[in-house]
Design a protein around this ligand. Structure first.
Ligand code: HEC
Length: 117
């Protein structure tokens, strides 16, 4: 009898672990997006609006990352080479290791929040 209870408890615990586990599984693409956001947060947020987290951030004339996403054809290449484009080489003294795919994945999926949000 005791053994049965133990088994039941074990099953419940295993079930709980697998539930918690599955809630945290992200697809590779989502993983890239999150890493890209983390990178933008560290390196770009002071000067650019990088998404919903700093809608009124950035400095005067910098294009927001929404502009890049909305005009992807025009900006994909510029984003890919941001570090050699002015004013970045002079400003970003020590860029963090740069993960191209992740930054691109993050910016590409950005959608400007609707007015009602
Ligand atoms: C010190 C401030 C600053 C930081 C930090 C910064 N930027 Fe910029 N960025 C600017 C300014 C200012 C412009 C507008 C330049 C212009 O219009 O000539 C700009 C423009 C751009 C452009 C458009 C370039 C073009 O040629 O059209 C891209 C893409 C860009 N930034 C990406 C980034 C990314 C990605 C990061 C973070 C990794 C970043 N920036 C960090 C100031 C900054």
């Amino acid at each position: 009898m005791r053994n049965m209870e133990l088994k039941t408890i074990q099953c419940m615990i295993l079930g709980m672990i697998s539930l918690i586990g599955s809630a945290h599984i992200t697809t590779a693409e989502e993983g890239d997006v999150i890493k890209g956001l983390e990178f933008a947060r560290k390196e770009c947020r002071f000067c650019h609006v990088i998404g919903p987290e700093n809608p009124y951030g950035g400095i005067g004339s910098t294009p927001s990352f929404y502009i890049f996403a909305e005009n992807w054809d025009r900006y994909e290449e510029r984003l890919a080479s941001y570090y050699v484009r002015n004013p970045h080489p002079a400003r970003l003294k020590k860029p963090l290791p740069y993960d191209h795919d992740k930054l691109m994945a993050y910016v590409k999926q950005l959608k400007r929040p609707k007015k009602s949000d």
